[in-house]
Design a protein around this ligand. Structure first.
Ligand code: PLP
Length: 395
């Protein structure tokens, strides 16, 4: 008799559970101050407004909201999203907007339509952990693009294209996860130009763009995309609530069509009810005021974390100072082992994510990712103090 493990597909061999998800299980205990998860601040979820929106949906269009719906998504919400991304400087028609189960599903669907086993994907190094998982399931080969404090270095890309013939570049240009780094405008333009010249497809993942608490807006790469080479993905996870599982991708017609086919195969469509609730919420509430609340809270939390790190951390540690988003990224001395530090931190009742798993091709042991959006000021002060004490005692 074969055991189930003999039956798993080849592609499952390299798959490991996400370290973050494993850590989150431990850090759910309330006495642990966790900078580990990527959670938005729950006290800022518009619970009452969503409840009112849900009531309205059920009262005014209950049967439609509970019925199967189109795979493309709820038409009025697609229109709303097209108008909203136009406000970000992205030319988009509602017909190009596919509504998905979070932007995570965009990664799964784009992977499915483009990747055969062994195909190369260009990424930042480090990059978003669950993007690594999504593309790894499809047996992709990761090719890191050199980066500096301003993000990806476009000049490095032509040679990587020639060498690896990648199917696409996956990038998070704004307040990147995990580093918080933002790609400067000049490089965005260069990337769009490169994409056109080399027929390089770009998956631009932008969950954090609306969370800028400082500095001037920079348009998405898609803004400069004359050639239709950029797929632009975003989400309501950080601007309304992640439990709705609502994201979207803006894709040119030919790619949209393929995405729609795999979306149908995967889940038929995104929840009709959730889409209508989100639409009712968005059209009947002051979204700008809500975003402002989130931005100013996250800005204050980042400032406090930054200040406390400056006061407490020993020499040899430096960190990014993002102008938005939810994460900062600490670089420790070369000999620091973030994985070994974590259990000691958990003993002191503080948690972070070790950097290692964000590097698709290995390395990255001396980095830590800290989330500042989901902790109160008192917990930020105390958690950083505990972490710094540990780092000092290790040094
Ligand atoms: C870079 C990036 N992409 C995508 C996602 C997925 O978000 P969701 O599926 O909730 O839209 C996240 C969530 O943390 C993220 O950080």
């Amino acid at each position: 008799m074969s055991s189930p493990s003999d039956l798993f597909a080849h592609r499952m061999r390299g798959m490991r559970p996400s370290t973050i998800r494993e850590i989150l299980k431990i850090t759910a205990q309330p006495e642990i101050i966790s900078f580990a998860g990527g959670l938005p601040a729950p006290e800022l979820f518009p619970v009452e407004a969503v409840r009112a929106a849900a009531d309205r949906v059920l009262r005014d269009s209950g049967p439609e909201a509970l019925q199967y719906g189109p795979s493309e998504g709820f038409a009025p919400l697609r229109e709303w999203i097209a108008a909203e991304v136009q406000g970000r400087g992205v030319r988009a028609q509602a017909s190009e907007v596919l509504i998905t189960n979070g932007s995570q599903q965009v990664l799964d669907l784009t992977g499915k339509i483009f990747l055969d086993p062994g195909d190369a994907v260009l990424t930042e190094n480090p990059t978003y952990l669950a993007a690594i998982q999504a593309f790894q399931t499809l047996e992709a080969k990761f090719v890191p693009v050199p980066t500096d404090e301003h993000g990806l270095i476009p000049e490095a890309i032509p040679e990587l294209i020639a060498q690896h013939r990648p199917k696409f570049l996956y990038t998070i240009p704004t307040f990147q996860n995990p580093t918080g780094i933002t790609l400067i405008a000049e490089r965005r333009q260069k990337l769009a130009r490169l994409a056109a010249e080399h027929r390089l497809l770009i998956i631009e993942d932008d969950p954090y763009g609306k969370l800028r608490y400082r500095g001037a807006e920079i348009p998405p790469i898609k803004h400069w995309d004359e050639a239709g080479q950029v797929l632009y993905a975003s989400t309501f996870s950080k601007t309304i609530a992640p439990g709705l599982r609502l994201g979207w991708v803006v894709a040119p017609a030919e790619i949209f069509h393929q995405l729609l086919i795999v979306k149908q195969a995967s889940d038929l469509h995104t929840s009709s009810f959730d889409q209508r609730v989100a639409y009712a919420y968005l059209t009947q509430n002051d979204q700008a005021a809500h975003l402002e609340k989130i931005r100013s809270a996250y800005g204050a939390r980042f400032d406090l974390m930054d200040e406390t790190l400056r006061a407490e951390m020993p020499p040899g540690f430096r960190w990014t100072r993002p102008e938005g988003g939810m994460f900062l990224w600490i670089t420790g001395p070369a000999e620091l082992d973030g994985m070994a530090l974590l259990p000691k931190a958990v003993e002191k009742k503080v948690a972070f994510v070790p950097g290692r798993d964000f590097f698709p091709s290995g390395g990255g042991t001396n980095f830590l990712r800290l989330n500042y959006s989901n902790s109160t000021p008192e917990r930020i002060r105390e958690g950083v103090r505990r972490l710094a004490e540990l780092c000092r005692s290790e040094g």
